[in-house]
Write a protein that binds this ligand. Structure first.
Ligand SMILES: Nc1ncnc2c1ncn2[C@@H]1O[C@H](COP(=O)(O)OP(=O)(O)O)[C@@H](O)[C@H]1O
Ligand SMILES: [Mg+2]
Length: 414
């Protein structure tokens, strides 16, 4: 019996080449099966530099692996593998490879905090590879699936803000870049609460050999009506997909059940606000002219909603998310509040992890921290105003452990 290096399944016959459970390769020799992706086993090496550690995902036309860098120790990459061998016409194939290289070149020039940086691309074993930063986190699809009930609206709106940032960046690029496949499965969230757009449109060159602007580039339910048939797609198609994505995040309603005809948000989730429902309805209009015409416009509306009277604190968890900096015993201290209630606290070169909960009504947050030295600390954060929070120290290892020390640290949001 052989054990699969990818999934650990140990009932494979001795002479099998592929795992009966996950179809991964059972041999550590390079596998060059034409047109097949996802077969690189752990420890396979690409370009004498990228050591495959595991497979992260497998789609119809390609696979994504995690890899370690043989030169930069400890650096992790995500490597997307694509094959174009399903294209039988050599001229078409050559065109597709050229298109891939052009697109990879373009992606490598992009630089935005909500995009994993693309650092390398190459061809090896008749497959194309794209190397980018490995994002430590989960897709929004996974996060929704793991959330009982509905995600909170401030959380979703804070993600919306980050998505607006990156879409605006892409749409104002010269030439403009339309993402075309925005959906929860293509958006990741890091522990620190940062959104990352993955699955860049590069794969479209490999989808069934189509190079026209067709529905092959979108996902049913998330793709705008004009992405089907002969309609032209532009920034407004991404706005549509953003609207459907926000709808799903707030309602868990599967849009493929009734494409182009979503129920009003509050029919499914009555806790959502009227403003948000209206924003999503406008973004997801069937007619392109009725939608927000640019991401800037949608973002403007998000901001107006956030500035409504009394909403400062109903938005507090979105203000909490992000980075706060201050001084602690004369040393710089940084707190990074992430989604899902995680917080990372760095003081000098020590870092502590913890969890936090926010009480919206009293403007207080409770922080439960496990210090690097093993101490467990519970402390209270007070929001003084939108840019200031007060933190009272009561660590047991302090000289005089008290419930609340008199030392208060003022933070300012970065
Ligand atoms: N840069 C990345 N960092 C970490 N994981 C990634 C990255 N890119 C993709 N993945 C993982 O691989 C999976 C598939 O990636 P994706 O690019 O969406 O390909 P496809 O949809 O074509 O299969 C994602 O769901 C995610 O789990
Ligand atoms: Mg994807």
């Amino acid at each position: 019996m052989q054990t699969c290096p990818s999934c650990g399944f140990n009932q494979n016959k001795d002479r099998a080449r592929f795992c009966a459970n996950c179809a991964g390769a059972l041999t550590s020799a390079p596998v060059f099966a034409l047109g097949v992706t996802g077969l690189l086993p752990p420890n396979a090496i690409l370009q004498t530099r990228y050591i495959i550690t595991r497979k992260l995902g497998q789609g119809g036309m390609g696979a994504v692996y995690q890899a370690q860098d043989a030169r930069l120790h400890g650096k992790l990459w995500a490597i997307k593998e694509m094959s174009n061998t399903q294209l039988t016409d050599p001229v078409e194939r050559a065109n597709v490879v050229m298109a891939f290289q052009r697109e990879a070149q373009l992606l490598a020039m992009l630089d935005h905090t909500n995009l994993p940086k693309v650092v390398d691309f190459f061809e090896e074993g008749s497959r194309q590879y794209l190397v980018m930063d490995f994002v430590e986190g989960y897709t929004l699809e996974q996060i929704v699936a793991a959330t009982p009930g509905f995600l909170s609206e401030p959380t979703v709106l804070e993600w919306a803000e980050q998505l607006c940032d990156v879409l605006e960046y892409l749409h104002t690029h010269q030439p403009p870049i339309i993402f075309r496949d925005l959906k929860p499965a293509n958006i990741m969230l890091t522990r620190e609460g940062k959104i990352k757009l993955i699955d860049f449109g590069i794969a479209r060159f490999f989808k069934a050999g189509k190079t026209k602007d067709t529905a092959a580039y979108g996902t049913m339910g998330y793709a705008a009506p004009e992405q089907f048939g002969t309609g032209q797609t532009d920034a407004r198609s991404d706005i549509y997909s953003l609207g459907v994505t926000l709808h799903f995040l707030l309602t868990k309603f599967d849009p493929s059940l009734s494409p182009f005809n979503l129920p009003p948000v509050r029919n499914v989730n009555p806790q959502a606000s009227q403003n948000t429902e209206a924003l999503i309805a406008r973004a997801t209009k069937t007619g392109v002219a009725e939608r927000f015409q640019a991401v800037t416009e949608l973002r403007q509306q998000l901001h107006e909603m956030a500035n409504l009277p009394n909403s400062h604190f109903s938005q507090s968890s979105s203000h909490l998310i992000g980075e706060w900096k201050g001084k602690y015993d004369g040393k710089p201290i940084r707190m990074t509040f992430g989604e899902n209630g995680y917080v990372l606290i760095s003081i000098g070169n020590l870092s502590h992890r913890g969890v936090y909960t926010v009480d919206l009504s009293s403007k207080l947050a409770r922080l439960d921290i496990r210090m690097e030295n093993g101490d467990r600390v519970t402390t209270i954060l007070e929001f003084v105003d939108a840019n200031t929070l007060r933190f009272e120290n009561n660590a047991p290892s302090r000289p005089r452990p008290t419930m609340f020390s008199s030392r208060a640290i003022l933070f300012s949001r970065q």
